[in-house]
Write a protein that binds this ligand. Structure first.
Ligand SMILES: Cc1cc2nc3c(=O)[nH]c(=O)nc-3n(C[C@H](O)[C@H](O)[C@H](O)COP(=O)(O)OP(=O)(O)OC[C@H]3O[C@@H](n4cnc5c(N)ncnc54)[C@H](O)[C@@H]3O)c2cc1C
Length: 400
């Protein structure tokens, strides 16, 4: 008599393992090499970790050394052009659910005597985008930020729901998620060459060689330089220096509830930061990609402008720093494959909005890499793949 076969738990597990091995042989995970350990590269790496073998390569000894370690950490839905605002709106839920909101800060655009009509227009324009925006009178503005005298201002446009982001937590959370998913981070390794290798790509660094199906160019101020390492011309990205510093609030003043205060004409801004104030010239000085350094004159001008506009006396500011905000020619980020080199993916031009847009850019980039449509919530806000694609800066061959 034939005995009926008996399957135990271990048989089922090993049969599943065999099937998984078989499936893996015909569908190996994509190898993705991400160049750049700032928020752009890390958020993308975390977003693809479930279906790809990911390695992040960062030239500096630690992550977030350049722009991502130097930001003012604000999330504001009224900042930037239409697409930037859409990308920001689409990021809010993930920023909140990720626990990355540090403080409900608010953002206040201040007008001065003579600016009344301009502030009215700005308040209307911002309110159409973000209904919670309010026009503040001079007295309301002074009540919110007593360092601005009633007689100096015509009031402002106030966005109460702007928040401070915990940028350190955001960088760390994305790095941890990547590592938990088996991804690798190689800090202190500079990418030196990118070439085609069979059907894929080959990335050479100061420390080794990495084969890749997809190479993500998330090199911040160096995106065009990195494209050059692959033999591609750049897209015309421009790094722009922004200077900031810390100063003490007026003695005895509770600044915890002050919003970010930005001059209507973008001549300066200041905002509370851990009991002190960050001041900035709101400068956008063209720069080569580099380890940006503050110029004394930029700090001095910012101090003077803030002192002229408020009752605060800053004296000697401390800890000045500068960072590069890198923009594409149309000031919209770039996310997409380069049609000139299969597998080469651009993720650059986060400008002054990298933290507020990065999670959405990472999500939609992951979809593009898999040949899927953009996430529905992002598309519903009017974002298209074409509007973000590098192709918009490439001259079609037929017109050459
Ligand atoms: C003063 C200031 C205030 C800002 N305020 C805000 C704000 O309030 N809100 C907001 O959302 N954004 C703000 N930003 C903008 C934000 O910081 C940037 O948009 C964001 O950090 C860009 O991230 P990134 O990853 O593209 O670039 P980066 O953080 O610069 O990362 C790119 C990385 O690529 C690495 N790299 C380059 N070349 C190579 C190579 N060959 N090999 C290996 N690695 C390489 C670099 O070392 C670098 O670490 C501010 C920026 C500045 C400077």
């Amino acid at each position: 008599m034939l005995e009926s076969p008996r399957f135990g738990y271990s048989d089922i597990v090993s049969s599943m393992a065999r099937r998984y091995d078989c499936w893996m042989q015909s569908n190996p995970p994509q190898k993705i090499v991400v160049i750049g350990g700032g928020i752009a590269g890390l958020s993308l790496a975390a977003a693809v970790r479930d279906w790809a073998e990911v390695t992040v390569l960062e030239r500096e000894p630690h992550l977030g050394y350049h722009a991502s370690g130097r930001s003012a950490a604000l999330f504001t839905e009224t900042y930037g052009n239409r697409l930037v605002r859409a990308l920001t709106l689409a990021s809010r839920q993930q920023i909140v659910e990720g626990g990355f909101v540090a403080h409900r800060r608010g953002a206040l655009h201040v007008g001065w005597t003579g600016d009344g009509a301009a502030i009215d227009r700005l308040a209307d324009e911002l309110q159409a985008l973000v209904p919670s925006v309010r026009r503040l009178s001079a007295a309301e503005l002074h009540a919110l930020v007593p360092a601005i005298a009633i007689e100096a201002t015509c009031g402002g446009a106030y966005e109460p729901d702007a928040v401070d982001i915990d940028t350190g937590k955001m960088l760390a959370a994305n790095a941890s998620a990547l590592k938990a998913g088996g991804g690798l981070i190689r800090a202190g390794e500079e990418v030196r060459a990118i070439s085609q290798d069979g059907g894929g790509l080959r990335v050479e660094t100061s420390g080794g060689v990495y084969p890749a199906d997809i190479v993500v160019n998330a090199a911040g101020a160096w995106v065009d330089v990195v494209a050059g390492l692959a033999g591609l011309s750049g897209l015309g990205f421009q790094p722009k220096r922004r200077t900031a510093f810390l100063f003490d609030p007026p003695a005895g003043t509770d600044i915890a509830s002050w919003p970010l205060v930005v001059d209507l004409h973008e001549q300066f801004y200041f905002k509370p930061d851990a009991g002190r104030l960050i001041g900035s010239l709101a400068d956008e000085t063209d720069s080569e990609p580099c380890d940006a350094w503050p110029e004394d004159i930029d700090v001095a001008i910012a101090v003077d402008r803030i002192e002229q506009a408020t009752t605060m006396r800053i004296g000697r500011p401390s800890t000045p720093w500068a960072g590069l905000r890198t923009f594409a020619p149309d000031r919209t980020p770039v996310a997409g494959f380069d049609p000139r080199l299969p597998g080469f993916f651009w993720l650059g031009g986060q400008g002054g909005y990298g933290f507020q847009v990065s999670l959405t850019l990472a999500r939609l980039s992951a979809a593009l890499m898999r040949g899927e449509p953009l996430p529905e919530d992002v598309a519903a806000l009017g974002v298209t793949a074409a509007a973000l694609a590098p192709d918009r800066f490439l001259v079609p061959a037929t017109t050459l």
